[in-house]
Design a protein. Structure first.
Lengths: 421, 428
């Protein structure tokens, strides 16, 4: 079978094959020497952000939680649960849905081609009945309720609700107990038909594999050329935040506060890396600020920050369990202003850069990390070794420039999860 | 990959696991002592103290700068309970020397770093730095209180407290907030000296580097604590026992009820049974195709998770699920039906084979991860065995249906614990 394939090589970190099969499926194959485990992920570009699409010029709205619901159902076949089929090949399978993708994966030390057959066959052939769709609602409702009790999850949901006015990122990935009631067999079949096309999917495998053997399996399912077009509902999100503060109460021991800054989306992954470094230099564990706040009890070991980013959204989040919620927020604003006036430490920048290199190399010790990184990079339009190049290209000037562009108080909000009385 | 053990001093062993396939090296120093009510809290506090500073790196900023200089190596200091043993682990993991840009000897630098953190804390003859102790006491108090944030883990912990009442296994991992109040910088330093005296110390070095390179530096650094050492022996005495009230209900303001079933083997399982125990428990509830997953979650649609686990070190089997309160009785019926079916031998040969394949895959992949191998061998060492994952896999392969039925039949329910939503309409 003829199709595009290329080998992408890095002098220190190995090489992988990238092939685009006639059906449109992009396949990434990273053979590791010595390791026993093969990790395989099939990712589809559908997540909770996909709130609708156009079909024949008509808008089809998708209830919140549909991508996640479909993920649950695609692990069911007429012969029974897919987990049982994977059990026959000794594979450990799983699946997850995020804001922008749904991934089906397995890890195994044996019979990789057989497991790959199961995965590729099943994902294209959903087994949906009214009965099994209804049954799944009970399971998913319990999953939603479980997360409703999770303070970290609640805090993230609340802050995104503050920062975004219309963007579907403000809605829980699994939807709500109410929204999943709107989902039926026809909804799932239509969404599957619209999104689960090979052009919209990436297969990523790392482990002790023979790329030729893997491609031979893929060819069975990917021979047919197809036309594909998917017009997603555009996301029109204004620069302004929705509201500056949200509060809720859970049975927790201490308040959990999150300060979020809504930023302009960034197209180039390099700037996400820059923002990570910026936050480390600003409030990370190498800073005097961290020590001062820690010693004074404003922050504790639960303090963390996150660059929360996708194609259509970009936020910088700081969170901590603390009884000094106002002092936490004030100290973060003050630190940002101080850094703008006094600058960041360049010696720490070089340290962090060296550390990023080490952590990146360390990730090549695990097939799971390699396969996940390869898939993630491809879905964002890049390659596995881009991060290496980006770390090399990182400059202190870029980090300082970025500090002038982001973390504007006018686009910030606070969420607090209070302990229930 | 074979574990090689070299005794460095009395009660201090160096274990090495060399495998050239890895890109990193990992070193852990594990101080193992009997889990005791009077020492659990200060020893847990030492985990916070030794995790954040040393004389060489007196602030957290200095410590983290050093870790970045060590190519972003990961350092952690934490306390855990394994059976009736409390373990304080200092661990560092970094890339192998062959990836260092300046050809630095990173492995020996990591060994030196770890020794600095353990042997040279921020303390003088009067005790630990007073401010450091106060800050970490507050953090530990918060962490103890925060255990209820994770409702599932909280329910399991509450159930364990009931079935191990009065025994070491009931002692919480972080100790008690009330005990923290009495701890002073001086008393904590005494606890630190006592820990160094009384702990069995197991150093596990794993990865692709020339691991023998660290033996001499470790021997040299650790010679400083050998003078008055009296390592305590570790025995596992705790036995899960039915409490007076075998059905217990507690309430909390939350969205989902947690139901926990505790079962105990009678008679206790022997080491020879472990292969069959692993297969039996996996088939019961530890895989995504287990009886509990397929029947309680998938068929009954009652819950998102329904897991069955066996803890080899304390002998307790737990089954736990999150559900609506109104469904508790249905869930109990469904769970018990599965246990009874398994006790009656109502399971197929293909279920046994599938479960074995799943477990064998897990053992085979363990060698790929230093993060899994290190704790595996530590648990083996604490248990007084030294079974490799390959040997455990052999035991699993040999397990028979009859042995599995024996395992199931020996399981006796001893507690049904419910952590229920407050003000649920069904209960009013």
């Amino acid at each position: 079978m003829r199709y595009d394939r290329q080998i992408i090589t890095h002098p220190a970190l190995g090489s992988y094959t990238k092939a685009v099969l006639p059906s449109g499926l992009t396949v990434l194959l990273y053979p590791t020497s010595g390791l026993s485990t093969t990790h395989c992920i099939l990712g589809c570009k559908i997540g909770s952000l996909d709130s609708g699409y156009y079909s024949g010029g008509k808008l089809v709205k998708v209830p919140a939680g549909t991508a996640h619901f479909l993920e649950h159902k695609l692990f069911e076949s007429e012969e029974g649960d897919l987990f049982l089929q994977f059990a026959k090949t000794g594979a450990n399978a799983n699946a997850y849905t995020s804001f922008d993708r749904t991934c089906y994966l397995f890890s195994t030390t044996q019979q990789v081609p057989q497991s790959l057959h199961i995965l590729l066959r099943q994902i294209q052939n959903p087994y949906l009945t009214d009965q099994n769709v209804e049954k799944e609602k009970g399971i998913i409702a319990q999953e939603i309720r479980m997360y409703d009790d999770d303070p970290d999850w609640r805090s993230t949901t609340e802050i995104l609700g503050c920062l975004y006015q219309h963007h579907p990122v403000r809605v829980d990935i699994a939807g709500t107990v109410e929204s999943i009631q709107e989902i039926d067999r026809d909804t799932l079949l239509a969404v599957h038909g619209a999104y689960y096309d090979h052009h919209n999917m990436v297969l990523s495998i790392a482990g002790p594999i023979d790329p030729q053997e893997m491609l031979a399996v893929c060819e069975v399912y990917c021979a047919q050329q197809r036309d594909f077009s998917l017009e997603r509902v555009p996301i029109d999100e204004p620069r302004q935040i929705d509201h500056p503060r949200a509060e809720c109460a859970l049975q927790v021991s201490a308040p959990l506060v999150t300060l979020g800054f809504k930023e302009q989306p960034v197209a180039d992954r390099y700037w996400r890396l820059v923002d990570n470094v910026l936050l480390e230099l600003l409030v990370g564990e190498t800073t005097d600020f961290y020590r001062q706040q820690y010693d004074s009890g404003v922050i504790g070991p639960t303090f963390g920050y996150d660059v929360f980013s996708g194609d259509s959204y970009h936020s910088l989040l700081f969170s901590c369990e603390t009884r000094q919620t106002d002092a936490f927020v004030d100290s973060m604003y003050a630190r940002i202003e101080q850094a703008r006036r006094q600058g960041l430490r360049e010696d720490d920048f070089h340290r962090v850069k060296k550390g990023l290199y080490g952590r990146y190399v360390r990730s090549f010790g695990r097939p799971e990390a390699i396969a996940t990184a390869m898939l993630g990079a491809q879905m964002l339009g890049g390659g596995l070794f881009d991060t290496y190049d980006q770390v090399q290209q990182l400059t202190f000037a870029d980090v300082c420039r970025r500090l002038e562009q982001v973390l504007d108080r006018r686009y910030s909000a606070v969420s607090v999860v209070w302990p229930k009385q | 990959m074979e574990l090689k053990t070299v005794p460095l001093y009395a009660g201090i062993d160096l274990h090495t696991l060399h495998d050239s396939r890895h890109v990193s090296n990992r070193l852990s120093i594990n101080l193992c002592v009997p889990l005791q009510a009077d020492t659990v809290t200060p020893y847990a506090l030492l985990g916070e103290i030794l995790g954040r500073s040393s004389q060489k790196y007196p602030t957290f900023a200095a410590l983290n700068r050093r870790l970045y200089d060590l190519y972003g190596s990961f350092y952690d200091c934490r306390v855990s309970s394994l059976g009736d043993c409390q373990v304080l682990t200092l661990m560092v993991q970094g890339i192998d020397d062959r990836f260092c840009l300046e050809k630095e000897p990173l492995l020996t630098q990591l060994a030196d770093f770890l020794c600095d953190m353990l042997l040279c804390p921020c303390a003088d003859q009067n005790g630990f730095d007073a401010q450091l102790v106060e800050v970490e006491k507050k953090n530990q108090r918060d962490e103890i209180a925060a255990q209820l944030n994770n409702k599932r883990a909280w329910a399991l912990q509450r159930a364990r407290e009931q079935v191990f009442c009065g025994q070491p296994a009931a002692i919480p991992r972080l100790g008690w907030a009330e005990t923290l109040d009495a701890i002073t910088p001086a008393s904590l330093y005494s606890s630190y000296r006592r820990l160094l005296r009384e702990a069995s110390i197991h150093i596990i070095v794993s990865g692709s580097g020339a691991l023998s390179q660290v033996e001499e530096p470790l021997r040299r650094r650790l010679s400083a604590i050998t003078a008055d050492r009296r390592p305590l022996s570790i025995c596992h005495h705790s036995v899960p026992t039915a409490p007076e009230k075998t059905e217990q209900l507690e309430e909390m303001q939350m969205n989902q009820t947690k139901l926990v079933f505790c079962l105990a083997p009678c008679p206790p399982f022997t080491a020879q049974q472990y292969g069959a125990v692993r297969v039996a428990m996996a088939l019961l509830g530890s895989t995504p195709f287990s009886r509990l997953f397929v029947n309680v979650r998938e068929k009954e649609s009652l819950c998102y998770y329904c897991d069955g686990r066996y803890n080899r070190l304390n002998g307790l089997t737990t089954i736990d699920l999150g559900l609506d309160y109104k469904d508790c009785a249905r869930a109990e019926k469904a769970v018990m039906e599965q246990i009874q079916a398994l006790q009656a031998g109502d399971f197929s040969d293909s279920e046994i084979e599938d479960t074995k394949k799943y477990l064998l895959g897990g053992f085979a992949s363990m060698g790929d991860s230093l993060g899994e191998l290190d704790p595996w061998y530590l648990a083996q060492i604490i248990e007084g065995r030294c079974q490799s994952p390959e040997q455990a896999a052999d035991q699993v392969r040999r397990a028979t249906r009859e042995e599995m039925v024996t395992v199931y039949r020996s399981l006796k329910p001893i507690l049904r614990y419910t952590l229920a939503e407050e003000q649920h309409p069904e209960k009013e």
